[in-house]
Design a protein around this ligand. Structure first.
Ligand code: HEM
Ligand code: FPP
Length: 314
């Protein structure tokens, strides 16, 4: 008896409907806060790689808060546009707009508040370039990807991914006010990582996407083609991830990026070779989860490499 209880999934008590806790939880989900946390982390790394970050700490802090708020606004815009789609997918039907716990006008007000705060903070404490790049991120994801690309082309996320790739550059410009090669390479890295991040999820959610008439690649071109593309983008990610090692002559980062990228490619190849069954769906889920850990690891490695150089360890 005790054994079966210990094996049971841990179920957290749900907040009372209509309670303040439920509202906070809904606002958190509407802003896609978990995705935004990784966006903010990549922006923070962009800032810490820039020269003299600490002497520009107000701009650095404002940059992170601005990206968090603007990224959150993008997430809310996305859910304002597609409550009908969210209702039809198992993964998303519990979202607050999709199931009616929050109304459309409430969500619009929430998005406006987040966006106004982001614009004010970035305008006061950072610089025009950072503000423009951040606006491009929000509009690119919340409007261009959600409204136009997602419902019309299977290559939606390749171009939509550009918006989510911008944070390291935004972090860098918040501190320096200028573009530079290293953060542009980091944008390229997230750009090529995004399809290898998303398509494994699209594979195991393909039936939901088909039912909702969203032309994701596994729906329009099939699972085999999508798995080939995941391998190609994982390889591209591996290749682009080596550029910062060469630019910075940073062999600590280089070794970690080489190992993690190789693992990414091996997992993508394994997915490609599997029979199309429930085990493959489970493995695609693992690859999706791995893609998130991968990006976190790679960006942590960039910091480790810089710290090692700063403290004269290499
Ligand atoms: C257009 C590009 C992208 C697409 C289409 C995409 C798609 C997705 C989807 C569908 C999910 C599942 C979300 C859910 O179940 O609520 C997800 C989760 C996630 N994505 Fe992405 N993503 C993109 C870009 C990014 C970027 C650029 C980052 C960070 C740098 C990122 C980080 C994450 C994280 C951390 C999660 C896990 C969220 C959780 O655990 O709830 N994604 N992504
Ligand atoms: C300011 C700035 C840099 C903004 C970044 C924009 C941003 C929040 C990018 C993340 C992309 C994302 C969560 C995609 C989810 O895809 P989806 O919307 O198709 O997934 P869903 O089916 O879960 O809604």
């Amino acid at each position: 008896m005790a054994k079966s209880l210990s094996n049971a999934p841990r179920i957290l008590p749900l907040p009372e409907p209509g309670s303040a806790r439920q509202l906070l939880r809904d606002l958190w989900v509407l802003a896609k806060a978990r995705v935004v946390s990784l966006l903010v982390f990549t922006a923070a790394v962009g800032e810490l790689l820039a020269p003299a970050t600490l002497s520009h700490w107000p701009a650095a802090l404002a940059g992170l808060v601005g990206i968090a708020l603007a990224g959150g606004a993008g997430g809310v815009l996305n859910q304002i546009v597609e409550p009908d789609l969210d209702q039809h997918m198992r993964r998303t039907h519990g979202r607050p707009l999709a199931n009616g716990r929050i109304g459309r006008s409430g969500a619009i007000v929430y998005a406006l508040i987040l966006m106004s705060l982001a614009i004010a903070i970035l305008a006061i404490w950072t610089n025009p370039l950072t503000l423009v790049l951040t606006l491009l991120g929000t509009v690119g994801y919340g409007v261009v990807y959600t409204l136009y690309l997602k419902p019309s082309t299977p290559w939606n996320i390749v171009w939509g991914g550009l918006a989510g790739a911008l944070p390291p550059l935004i972090g860098w410009t918040a501190v320096t006010g200028q573009l530079a090669a290293l953060p542009v390479v980091l944008v390229a890295l997230i750009f090529v990582w995004t399809p290898a991040h998303f398509w494994p999820l699209a594979i195991y959610c393909r039936r939901d996407y088909a039912q909702a008439c969203i032309p994701m690649l596994p729906v329009t071109h099939g699972v085999d083609r999508t798995r080939r593309e995941v391998v190609r983008y994982a390889l591209a990610t591996w290749a682009v991830s080596m550029i910062p090692a060469l630019l910075n002559r940073d062999w600590i980062y280089g070794a970690i990026a080489f190992g993690a990228g190789a693992w990414f490619v091996v997992m993508a190849l394994r997915l490609q070779r599997m029979a199309i069954d429930a085990d493959m769906d489970r493995y695609a889920r693992r690859l999706f989860a791995f893609s998130i850990s991968y990006l976190f690891l790679i960006f942590t490695a960039l910091l480790l490499g810089k710290a090692a150089v700063s403290y004269g360890l290499v």
